[in-house]
Write a protein that binds this ligand. Structure first.
Ligand code: C2E
Ligand code: MG
Ligand code: MG
Length: 582
């Protein structure tokens, strides 16, 4: 356990020493707190009983309550017992202070009693002496038992708070401590670090050596924090395995922070000798500040780890990395990738189908669109996961999964006698260029009983023109299988006419952005009209995407668009609904 304010006489807190262990203990024992006023109250009660006792002892009076007679000398026993109970309660509730108080009172009473008996020959006080001795024994036994329980509790608490390997506070203790700082509103920094390639030390030298290295690092960190050399206050925790975390408190500038981390780094990087072997380890450091970066411990720790992992990702950067909001984005991408992989592995990638109609509202077919289901039943949008899937090279798995499901839908509709519609699937250009693409395509055609002429693949214009040659070659092969080809999101990719002419496509899909703007200005409408005309000149059919209202529909009819796809006539829907539509 480690942590001490630097002995910095310059900031006026030189004499303020904080025992982290003490603070942690206080956090966990807070529930046992009893107010001081109770102590005073019990003492007063005790004094009161003794006052009454003195005033009625030796009196011969009596009181009548109803028909019952009470003698005052009998009441003395009641008040004596009440007094003893007060003492026992004080010991029980106020531990050491209570015990000392009890001892002073009980021993203080003996001389009075003895004088009463020996000098005044008042033998009626004899039972009081025995009662006093009995209470004394009780109090001592009570105190000893309590001490034992307390010591045991302390040990259990220490075990719960301290990491057994390094003796540093563990993750739980660290978080409790930081929560306390947050409750107090104290500004502080949490620094996350983990040792680079520690696994390889464990693998090559064994866990025994790995543990001794961790221990050595923990000792160095503890000593550094206790030495006050950093000039800031630090609580070091062993979070898990090769992960350490420490707080930086009482700093006044970023320089203080960087200096502290640098000193921790230097400790870590110094040679570690174990059994005559020298080891050198290093770590990256990431940090975040409460309250500027995060308002609670969980977020603070997670932001620091994000910064740490980013530092690692960038290679071994010497400078510690301060958390920045941009990191959230890349973290989100990693999370999205995880969700995609999980969805692929658990068959949670769903195929939705959006209908396409000719201009007289007769069904042409469907576009298959990928959806990923969250655990709560909501969907992640392809706009979010397709770019991540493309970057991480798993888009082909999504494409094929959707393709298979779309073809399954087609086959089952065919069995019900419905074959007069097309199904279009989106294929990423990266996937299209994969060597195995054609094989996968043939595999699907061999497995399912569907007509290739009813299948269409959609390739986005903007990405296709980046690698025309290869894409063209592939598209020709696809065409040879009898499958149709659509150019998706047309208008966003600046294709040249000659390139467009050489594409063996069937369908041009005008991007939604043009349809959105179509009715805002006449020239926009003319632009869409020109696209349709060019398409027709090239013997392509033309479909407009994202048609949402009647005005757009009317305009598209007027300028000769062949097909319509959009929320106006049909949203993407599950396969069962699509079947009903057919
Ligand atoms: P896309 O191929 O251009 O698909 C059309 C998108 O426009 C779909 O979005 C569809 O839901 C949406 N849409 C259609 N009509 C309307 C409308 O009237 N209003 C509005 N606001 N939106 C409309 P979605 O399903 O979110 O897909 C987005 C993009 O993700 C697709 O654009 C496609 O490029 C890609 N994508 C979807 N599924 C797959 C897949 O299985 N593989 C690959 N490689 N890409 C896919
Ligand atoms: Mg599409
Ligand atoms: Mg599109």
């Amino acid at each position: 356990m480690s942590g001490r304010k630097a002995d910095s006489s310059n900031n006026g807190t030189a004499s303020r020493r904080r025992s982290i262990k003490g603070e942690l203990m206080r956090i966990t024992t807070a529930k046992r707190y009893v107010p001081r006023s109770g102590y005073v109250l019990l003492l007063l009660l005790f004094v009161l009983t003794q006052g009454v006792l003195i005033s009625i002892t030796g009196r011969e009076g009596q009181i009548m309550i109803g028909k019952t007679v009470f003698y005052l000398r009998d009441a003395a026993g009641i008040f004596s017992s009440l007094g003893n109970m007060c003492i026992i309660l004080i010991v029980l509730l106020y531990r050491k202070t209570g015990f000392i108080t009890g001892m002073i009172i009980l021993f203080g009473q003996f001389p009075m009693m003895l004088i009463n008996i020996v000098v005044r020959h008042n033998y009626g006080a004899l039972p009081g002496v025995f009662s006093n001795i009995f209470t004394l024994v009780m109090v001592i036994l009570l105190f000893i038992t309590q001490r034992r329980i307390d010591r045991y509790q302390k040990k259990v608490l220490e075990q719960a708070l301290l990491d057994p390997l390094t003796g540093l506070p563990n993750r739980y203790a660290g978080r409790e401590y930081f929560n306390r700082l947050i409750k107090k509103g104290e500004k502080f920094i949490y620094v996350a670090s983990d040792i680079n390639n520690f696994k390889s030390i464990n693998d090559s030298m064994g866990y025994e050596v790995g543990n001794r290295i961790l221990n050595e690092i923990a000792n160095r960190f503890r000593e550094l924090a206790d030495s006050g050399k950093t000039g800031t206050f630090n609580l070091v925790a062993h979070v898990s395995g090769d992960e350490f975390g420490f707080s930086i408190q009482d700093y006044s500038s970023e320089e203080d922070v960087l200096k502290t981390i640098r000193l921790f780094r230097e400790e870590l990087e110094r040679k570690i000798t174990i059994d005559d072997f020298d080891y050198y380890v290093n770590s990256s450091f990431g940090y975040a500040e409460y309250p500027t970066d995060a308002k609670d411990v969980e977020t603070l720790v997670s932001f620091s780890s994000m910064a740490l992992h980013e530092a690692k990702r960038r290679g071994f950067v010497k400078e510690p990395l301060h958390f920045q909001k941009e990191l959230l984005e890349s973290e989100q991408k990693i999370e999205t990738e995880r969700k995609i992989r999980e969805a692929l592995d658990t068959d949670a990638v769903v195929c939705y189908l959006q209908p396409q109609f000719d201009i007289s509202h007769n069904l042409r077919g469907f576009e298959a669109l990928a959806r990923i289901k969250n655990k709560d039943g909501s969907f992640i949008s392809p706009a979010e996961f397709i770019p991540v899937a493309e970057k991480t090279g798993i888009v082909d798995r999504i494409d094929m999964c959707v393709f298979r499901k779309a073809v399954e839908f087609m086959e089952s509709a065919g069995k019900a006698g419905k074959t007069d519609f097309t199904v279009s699937v989106n294929i990423s250009v990266k996937h299209l260029q994969k060597n195995s693409f054609m094989e996968e395509l043939r595999g699907i055609l061999d497995t399912y009983d569907v007509a290739p002429e009813r299948l269409e693949i959609e390739i986005t214009e903007s990405v296709m023109i980046d690698s025309v040659e290869r894409a063209l070659e592939r598209i020709n092969e696809v065409k040879k299988l009898g499958i149709m080809v659509a150019i998706d999101d047309f208008g966003t990719g600046y294709s040249s006419l000659s390139y467009l002419h050489s594409l063996p496509a069937n369908l041009l899909k005008i991007d939604k952005s043009f349809i959105d703007e179509m009715n805002t200005e006449e020239s926009n409408k003319q632009y869409v009209q020109s696209i349709i005309s060019i398409g027709h000149v090239m013997r392509l059919e033309v479909i407009s995407e994202g048609v949402e209202n009647e005005d757009q529909l009317d305009a598209l009819k007027e300028i000769g668009c062949d097909y319509i796809q959009g929320f106006l006539w049909g949203r993407p829907m599950p396969a069962e609904d699509a079947k009903k539509l057919i």
